[in-house]
Design a protein around this ligand. Sequence first.
Ligand SMILES: *Cc1c(COP(=O)(O)O)cnc(C)c1O
Length: 361
Amino acid sequence: MSTAANLLRADLREFSGYKSARSDRITGDVWLNANESAWANAGDADGACRRYPEPQPQLLCRRLAELYGVAADELLVGRGSDEAIDVLVRAFCAPGQGAIVTAPPVFGMYAVCARLHGVRVVEVPLVDTTAGLIADLDAMAEAALANAASLVFVCSPGNPSGELVDAAAIVRLLQRLQGRAIVVVDEAYVEYASQPSLAPLIAEHDNLVVLRTLSKAHALASARIGVAIAQPELIAMIRRCQAPYPLPGPAVAQALQALEPAALAATTAHVAEAKAERARVQTALETLAGVRRVYPSLGNFLLVRFDDAEGAYRALLASGVVVRDMRAMPRLDDSLRITIGRPEDNQRMLAALRPAKDLAA
Ligand SMILES: *Cc1c(COP(=O)(O)O)cnc(C)c1O
C-alpha cells in the first residue's frame, strides 16, 4: 500500500467530494444544468464570467505540468499553495487528532491550517549555526515517528531562514518516513535558488509532495495560483478535499498569459535581477553599523538581525519603507525580513538604515 493510501483519513476512504456541474466530460451546446444566468452581466461584456469555471482547467494544468516537468495528473492546481497546504492537512490528518511537524521560525500557514483543523503542531526548531538557520531533518524524522505525525513540512528555500535544504538529506528523510509520513517540500522560492526543484523525485517517492506557486517569482500573488506535485494517487485524494470551483476564470486567464514564452523569458530576467540585487544588498547591509547578522538567503528576501531592530524598523517606516517585523517569532526578537525590491527600492531601504553621520560623509 502506498504511503498516501496508508495515511488517508479512514473516514474519507469512500468519500468522493462535491460533484460539480463541470466535473463530467459531457458535451452539448445548450447548457441548462448549473442554474447559471442565461444573460451575461452588463459589467462582463464578453460573458467570460457567466459560467462556473472548470475545476481543474485542462490548458492551465498542461502548461503548469510543462513548466514544472511533470505529468498533468501529477499536479493539483489550487488557490495558491495555501490551499494545497489546507487540503493536505484535511486529507491526511483526522480532525482533533494527528499531528504535523514544522521547523520554526517558518511560514505560518502550516500551523494555521493544522490548528483550524484541530491538529497538533510538533515543532522542531531550526538550528542557528555559522552556516545559517538550518533544519535538523533527523530530529524532524524522529519527531514525526514519535508523534505519529502524517505530514512533515520542509520549507526550502526557507521562509524566513533563506536556507536551501540539502537534497540528499531530504531523500534520506523520504526513505526513513516511507509508509509512515508524507514530506511536503515547499518550494515557493526555488526559482531564486539556482538549484533544481525536487519535483522529479516524485517518481521514486510516494511520500513526497512538492509545492510550487505563481505568487513569487512569477509575480502573480493576486491571481492565487499554486500547485501541489505528487504521484497521481495522492493528487486524486487531495482533489476530492478541494473546493468545487477553486480557480476563478479571470485568474486562470491571467496565469495562462503569464506562462506564454515571452512572459516566461521576462520572469527569468526578473529573477536574475533579484538575485544580483540580493547579493549587492547583502554586502551593503553587512557594512552598516548596527547590523548584527545577515543570513545567507536563496529566496528573494534577507533575514537581518539588528542591535536595535525597533529603531531600524521605525527609521524604515519613517522613510516610507515597509519591511516585515519578525520580532514576534521565536528566537528572532532582533530581526527584520527585507524583501529584495528593484534597485531604486533597495537604495531607499539602505539609505533609511544609514546613520545620519554616514550620509554627511
Ligand atoms: C509566499 C509563500 C507561499 C505562497 O503561497 P501562495 O498561497 O501560493 O501565495 C508558500 N509558501 C511559502 C513558504 C511562502 O513564503
